[in-house]
Design a protein. Structure first.
Lengths: 343, 380
């Protein structure tokens, strides 16, 4: 204890992240602890449309919120057995390391530094985000490759600026970049017609689009030019809890691939397909392997539906924010979401 | 003789001539304007400029909040029109979220009841004409917080559904932080102020170190320490509630400032008062409670209210440690459902600003009233 305190104090003094040294000490037993207290403590954002935000009835809702709800459904057969901790981006990792939350599901980009040095493990990718482009529909542009000669509005000093420069030069496209200091200024300039293209992360583009006078007059191009995989993460050093989280994520993908939805899950219980039988716990004891009931798959799908349904419900084309599936489609549909088999 | 006197005084007026009305230029509206706004060329230019700026601002606000504002409608789509002003349906629709945060809607009566009890007690305590101040004081400062906690939090023996603090939010959370901060920091601050003037070196140095330490760091740092660093120092498994951590931070921070304000009041009391207390044979406790503190506190009312107002507004900082206060709720509300349109964020901020202004202004007026009331004419 003494040593640990000293370590943490030293790390703090030098302004480093004290999280790494401490995380290892929080060992096994998160699942047991969660079962004992009766709910999953889930770290979310303070309100990001489509990912975690209050709904009209003042409950948390969103794609990343649904991941926590799926966990709760698998463990307790009750998707509401979740408590949410809104976190800022500065405190999110400390909250996870200190055990204040059990899982961090807060639009966090999976990077090597974070995965290796912060004492956390990324579970999977709930949403492949990346830098995209928004244009006016009236300009008739449908691909980023047609942007030659256009002027592009960019926020200064961000990786956004570098990404765009790399992309355009590698594709031999000549554009004029107009650089602004603030995000708000960029949107204003784009709206006022000072530039033809607005570029930033595509989920942010989709949300910013709603702050334009007529969102339907603008189009987000399908090209994504940078990698921002957003996914939930858990503390390092608790493999049991990590496995459970990871397989809850894979189950959501597998259910979509096998066509198991919230609506047909009861009929699917009688399915002859062995993969579906294993998925829903009709056959085999796969739940035991991750420490939950064998019908965990059925519980999750019954409560929340599969990954595709979650996507459609919170960020899909029919929602307010309206992001096309794109790379987030299953591998069978041309995307890169791929769940290893339940076997 | 009488005649002579009368005649000889013919050229002397026996009464004052009636006052002539003052020149038009110095009275009424014209006079006021000349004296206050157009007394010189430079002042005239400045006045005209100011009037123009005020006119611009006033018409702008009026147009935005009333003329071009949208009053009716369901969903943000109604606010997507050209030259739109404020989008009031947003505030109307999200009002419960702004006030209660994620608190379950079937249980709204609990915070409402707590608000009501607090309001009544505060009224009883703050209206000078009502007797029994000590009873109301004890009820409001000691009993009320306990009742409020069990009422709003529930669980345990109360038989009410437990609502964890993660679900508290909006104005409710802002008031919880502000009231706790103001009420709890006051006694700590007074003790610290007395301690700093103590003749005992240990007590004095402890108080000095405490005050200077807390005054030396910004509140934002205190909150970060409480929410990010503290959990790492604690043994694993011990998790203080996030709200409690923020409350303790805010309280201690404010206490350090209150201490310095109160110390200023203590220093302003003439030395004779202390000497008189000693001469009467009062011990330290009696002298402090009967002679010095009452006078000192009266002097520092403006300072304390100033502290309270600034704390009330500083509560918005808790949103940076992930607590959804009024400002946080207004911000998060823009990510809800169909509520997105160009002016919706501004509308939300306007609403929050109005609420903060109403509370701060009320505190300020009450303090001025108390100052006048307690004024015993001893101002030097």
């Amino acid at each position: 204890m003494q040593k640990k305190l000293l370590l943490a104090a030293l790390a703090a003094t030098f302004g480093m992240s004290a999280t790494a040294s401490y995380a290892a000490s929080h060992g096994a037993g998160t699942l047991q602890a969660v079962m004992d207290k009766g709910f999953v403590q889930c770290g979310v954002t303070g309100g990001v449309r489509g990912f975690s935000a209050p709904d009209e009835n003042n409950n948390w809702t969103g794609l990343e919120v649904d991941f926590c709800r799926a966990l709760a459904a698998a463990i307790f057969d009750d998707a509401d057995a979740v408590r949410y901790t809104p976190l800022t981006s500065t405190e999110r990792f400390a909250a996870l390391s200190s055990g204040e939350i059990d899982v961090l599901s807060r639009t966090t980009t999976w990077t090597m530094t974070r995965d290796t040095s912060l004492g956390i493990n990324f579970v999977g990718v709930m949403f492949y985000d990346g830098q995209g482009f928004m244009v006016r529909k009236s300009d008739g542009i449908t691909s980023a490759l047609e942007l030659g000669g256009a002027s592009v509005c960019i926020e200064a000093g961000t990786t956004t600026e570098l990404n765009a420069a790399d992309y355009f030069s590698s594709n031999n496209i000549d554009v004029n970049t107009v650089v602004f200091e603030e995000q708000d200024e960029v949107l204003k300039a784009y709206e006022d017609g000072r530039c033809d293209v607005y570029t930033t992360d595509s989920s942010a583009l989709a949300a910013e689009r709603l702050n334009l006078e007529d969102p339907d007059a603008h189009l987000i191009l399908p090209q994504i030019i940078s990698k921002e995989p957003l996914g939930p993460s858990v503390r390092q050093g608790d493999d049991g809890w990590f496995n459970l989280n990871r397989w809850v994520y894979f189950l959501l993908l597998n259910a979509e691939e096998l066509g198991v939805t919230q609506a047909n899950v009861d009929d699917m219980l009688a399915s002859d397909n062995p993969a579906i039988k294993r998925l829903l716990g009709v056959e085999g004891t796969y739940g035991e392997l991750i420490g939950v009931s064998n019908d965990w798959g059925y519980r999750i799908i019954k409560a929340l539906g599969n990954y595709g349904e979650m996507y459609e419900r919170h960020v899909g084309p029919n929602t307010e924010i309206g992001i096309e599936r794109g790379v987030n489609a299953l591998w069978t549909d041309g995307g890169i979401q791929y769940g290893p088999p339940v076997r | 003789m009488a005649d002579t006197t009368k005649n000889s005084a013919l050229y002397v007026r026996s009464e004052m001539a009636p006052d002539m009305p003052p020149p038009v230029r110095t009275q009424g509206v014209v006079g006021w304007l000349r004296a206050n706004m157009f007394s010189s060329v430079g002042n005239s230019i400045l006045s005209l400029l100011s009037i123009y700026v005020i006119y611009l601002a006033a018409t702008g606000i009026y147009n935005f909040t009333i003329v071009n504002a949208i009053w009716q409608g369901d969903g943000g789509a109604v606010c997507r029109v050209e030259n739109v002003g404020a989008c009031w349906p947003y505030v109307g629709n999200r009002l419960t979220f702004f006030i209660y945060g994620f608190y379950p809607d079937t249980e709204y009566w609990r915070p409402n009841l707590a608000f009501a009890i607090g309001g009544i007690l505060l009224f009883l305590l703050a209206t000078p004409q009502i007797p029994g101040k000590i009873i109301w004081g004890v009820l409001f400062l000691v009993v009320y917080p306990v009742i409020t906690f069990f009422l709003v939090h529930g669980g345990g023996f109360t038989g009410l559904e437990a609502v964890p603090t993660e679900k508290w939010g909006g104005l409710m959370l802002t008031l919880v932080v502000a009231v706790t901060g103001i009420v709890a920091s006051f006694p700590i601050g007074v003790v610290l102020a007395l301690g700093r003037r103590s003749k005992m070196p240990l007590v004095r140095s402890v108080c000095v170190v405490f005050i200077e330490l807390w005054r030396g760091v910004p509140l934002i740092t205190v909150l970060f320490m409480a929410s990010v660093m503290l959990p790492l120092f604690l043994p694993e498994g011990t998790n203080f509630d996030k709200l409690v951590r923020a409350l303790v931070g805010v309280t201690l921070f404010t206490a350090a400032y209150t201490a310095e304000v109160v110390r200023g009041g203590l220093q302003a009391i003439p030395k004779g008062q202390f000497e008189a207390a000693d001469a009467l044979g009062l011990n330290y406790f009696q002298a402090t409670m009967l002679i010095t503190l009452p006078q000192a506190l009266k002097i520092v009312i403006p300072g304390i209210v100033n502290n309270s107002i600034s704390l009330f507004k500083d509560t918005t900082l808790v949103s940076i440690v992930g607590l959804v206060d009024l400002l946080g709720a207004v911000r998060a509300g823009t990510a809800t459902g169909t509520w997105s349109a160009p002016t919706i964020p501004v509308t939300g901020y306007l609403f929050a600003a109005t609420i903060f202004w109403v509370f701060s202004f009320a505190m300020s007026r009450y303090s001025q009233y108390m100052e006048r009331r307690l004024d015993t004419g001893h101002k030097s």
